[in-house]
Design a protein around this ligand. Structure first.
Ligand code: COA
Ligand code: HC5
Length: 652
């Protein structure tokens, strides 16, 4: 941590106000605190001024739109914000909503970004995390590690339950901790048109079990002793061994693969699965007397998964690949499981937290995104990884424990058909995912810091350069910014393609421009990005505000205002680059899919001396290539460093 960081943390611990020189740059720190009192002290998410958002909207369109379209949009924006016009009316509606609600955006965001989104959660929504490769390649190692991992998560859960989780800080400001209370004992539930999320953590009798899946077979594993203490690693080991031994058959129906389907299809299949309403029952009369049984079995099994604290997937080994490709392959295993022949059926993709422990030492997780953002999940991972490193585990006196229950599913012919369809779709998705993971080992946050540049902004500008070099144009670029400074805050968008980044990327490879000028443009672009970030995390970015105005229009008006029907609005939301920084203490790789058919998903974990990043794209798009962009990013980072080194005045 920088001296400034240490000072800022010490001062915030002492409850002292920071002089302005300490407000920036911001960094994330953790100090102990109590949940409820803390939450109430957090500010509410503001509604930015209408004219500010309109002006900034036009500015972000500049690098990505042609001037003719931009001129048209200018007239629409002017009309929208004219005094007494529709913009003002919507703004007032939004401000009223903000007064009444705890957070004017959070419910809308949950619905529009997640629950109404009908694409499969696999690749299109759920992120993956790859842990550093573990040193085992057999069943015993797998079970041992899974036992430690479960104990580590339960240790973290104790902090959540006791409300002793250290409060996090960003830029000296305390962050909303609500997401930590949303991820355990939680699950997404498919609907015919819209999904929902269930959470059992604060129910009268919170669950005491997890679910474990091996060879596509799900088990309920109670992880607490009757006195309320969590099972020890040794106890968990024995229980997992029992599970492993009672799921040796590899020919079971992968019922979990249903959760990977398009949400409407899965919604329909789900209704069949738990209600048993399908053609099979209508046709086969002798089956009628079994009907109540069928309903209950499937329903109870599904409920046991949904209620469970989390899921552990004991994966079969995947085909070996070279060390170079290992992380790329592991990333795909986390995101989709490798296809129906491999581990894709060894999942319940609706489950909020699924920890994956492969027999070949490939470990990580996949999480369903609706309830929470990456940072709380990664904080949990960091805790678990530290926990699993503790060597001397306590030996416990062995009391006999009940055998974990296998969850039964009655598979009607219709469900069987749904499973086959889900398998096919999954295999298409698997083939379509173009993934590339790179460990950029030349430098990390240290180099930009030594030039007094924000590392995140530096990486984003490098990415702009890499994209420009491939396509000779700038594209709408999304970077996640945390809104957790506000109560129930989720994210807003940092638009990394700016007027300044465009000026820099155009100049960088132009031999007629002097290096000193390039450095000046680089610094300007980096600073502009950092300024956008500051604005975003303070609730003053444009994207959630525009979304709010649009949703307010849907509620209040009979037609959408023209600015939302405009080509520029569609183009601005077509993110060819969808990116996110998720810093972790652990040397892990985070990944997610692109958000448009011709786009890239880029996730990076910048460490002090290296950067892990993943790039995803779709093979079905002829214009994209994950490996090319990943290598382009690597080159761009090296070129930026070389430019700064070669230009004597660059080091301030
Ligand atoms: N000179 C020297 N050091 C600087 C600097 C400068 N000009 N600017 C920043 N730094 C330092 C910071 O102090 C920090 O130090 P640390 O390593 O000791 O913590 C470090 O560089 C990183 O700062 P920076 O790269 O600017 O980024 P950030 O940590 O402020 O992160 C965001 C920027 C946008 C990622 C962050 O604000 C955010 O919103 N994070 C959450 C994103 C999220 O939710 N992602 C997942 C979505 S699911
Ligand atoms: C474990 C890493 C998770 C990162 C997930 C993430 O960044 O999700 C973004 C959430 C948001 O609201 O910005 C969405 N995105 C993947 C499309 C960038």
């Amino acid at each position: 941590m920088t001296l400034l960081g240490i000072l800022a943390r010490a001062m915030s611990k002492a409850g002292m106000a920071k002089p302005s020189c300490l407000v920036k740059p911001v960094s994330l720190t953790r100090i102990p605190g109590r949940y409820l009192a803390h939450q109430e002290g957090l500010p509410k998410l503001p509604v930015p001024p209408l004219s500010q958002t309109c002006d900034r909207y036009l500015a972000v369109l500049e690098p990505i739109m042609e001037s003719e379209e931009l001129n048209h949009t200018r007239t629409l924006v002017e009309e929208f914000q004219r005094p007494g016009g529709v913009g003002e009316r919507l703004q007032q509606g939004l401000e009223r909503r903000a007064q009444k609600a705890e957070n004017w955006l959070s419910d809308w965001w949950l619905q529009t970004a997640y629950l109404d989104y009908r694409m499969p959660v696999v690749i299109h929504s759920s992120p993956g995390v790859v842990l550093p490769r573990l040193e085992f390649s057999d069943r015993q190692g797998q079970i041992r590690y899974a036992a430690k991992l479960i104990a580590g998560v339960l240790d973290f859960k104790t902090m959540i339950d006791n409300e002793t989780l250290p409060v996090e800080y960003l830029g000296g400001k305390p962050l909303c901790m609500n997401q930590y209370y949303r991820v355990l004992s939680s699950c997404r539930v498919p609907g015919l048109k819209r999904d929902s999320v269930v959470n059992y953590a604060s129910s009268k009798r919170p669950p005491t079990h997890i679910t474990v899946v091996h060879n596509f077979q799900f088990f309920v594993l109670d992880v607490y002793n009757s006195d309320g203490t969590p099972l020890t690693v040794d106890q968990l080991y024995l229980q997992l061994e029992k599970i492993w031994n009672s799921s040796l058959q590899t020919n079971k129906e992968p019922v979990g693969i249903l959760t990977s389907n398009h949400r409407n299809s899965w919604g329909k299949a789900y209704a069949n699965l738990i209600k048993g309403k399908n053609s099979f029952e209508d046709q086969v009369t002798w089956y009628d007397h079994l009907q109540p049984l069928l309903d209950k079995t499937n329903k109870d099994s599904v409920r046991a998964i949904q209620k469970s604290i989390f899921t552990v997937c004991l994966d079969a080994p995947m085909p070996r690949v070279s060390d170079d490709l290992y992380r790329t392959r592991a990333a795909t295993q986390m995101l989709h499981g490798g296809g129906s022949r491999w581990n894709s059926g060894n999942r319940w993709f609706d489950k909020t937290l699924q920890f994956i422990v492969g027999e070949d030492g490939t470990c990580g997780m996949i999480y369903e995104h609706a309830p929470a953002e990456g940072p709380p999940i990664v904080a949990l991972i960091d805790h678990v990884v530290e926990y699993t490193k503790k060597s001397d585990m306590v030996r416990t006196p062995m009391v006999p424990l009940a055998t974990p229950q296998k969850l039964r599913f009655n598979i009607s012919p219709e469900i069987k058909k749904d499973i086959e369809e889900a398998k096919q779709n999954m295999n298409i998705m698997v083939h379509d995912l173009d993934m590339n993971v790179i460990v950029f080992s030349y430098f990390g946050k240290n180099v930009p810091k030594s030039y007094k540049l924000s590392p995140d902004a530096f990486i984003q500008v490098a990415l702009q350069l890499a994209y420009y070099r491939m396509y000779r144009r700038c594209c709408a670029t999304y970077e996640s910014a945390s809104l957790r400074m506000f109560r129930l805050g989720r994210t807003d968008t940092i638009r990394s393609a700016s007027i300044d980044s465009a000026a820099f990327v155009r100049a960088m490879d132009d031999p007629s421009i002097q290096n000193s000028e390039k450095v000046a443009l680089l610094e300007k672009a980096v600073k502009a990005h950092r300024a956008y970030t500051d604005m975003a995390i303070r609730g003053q970015a444009i994207d959630r505000h525009l979304l709010g105005l649009k949703l307010q229009a849907i509620e209040d008006l009979s037609a959408l205002p023209d600015i939302f029907m405009d080509t520029s609005y569609a183009a601005a939301n077509h993110y060819n680059l969808s990116t996110s920084q998720v810093p972790a203490k652990t040397d892990c790789v985070m990944c997610f899919g692109p958000v448009v058919p011709d786009g890239y998903g880029v996730c990076y974990n910048p460490m002090e001396e290296h950067i892990n990043f993943s790039v995803s794209a779709f093979n079905s798009c002829a214009d994209t290539n994950a490996s090319r962009l990943a290598h382009g990013l690597q080159d761009a980072l090296l070129d930026l460093k070389a430019l700064l080194e070669q230009t004597p005045k660059a080091r301030l």
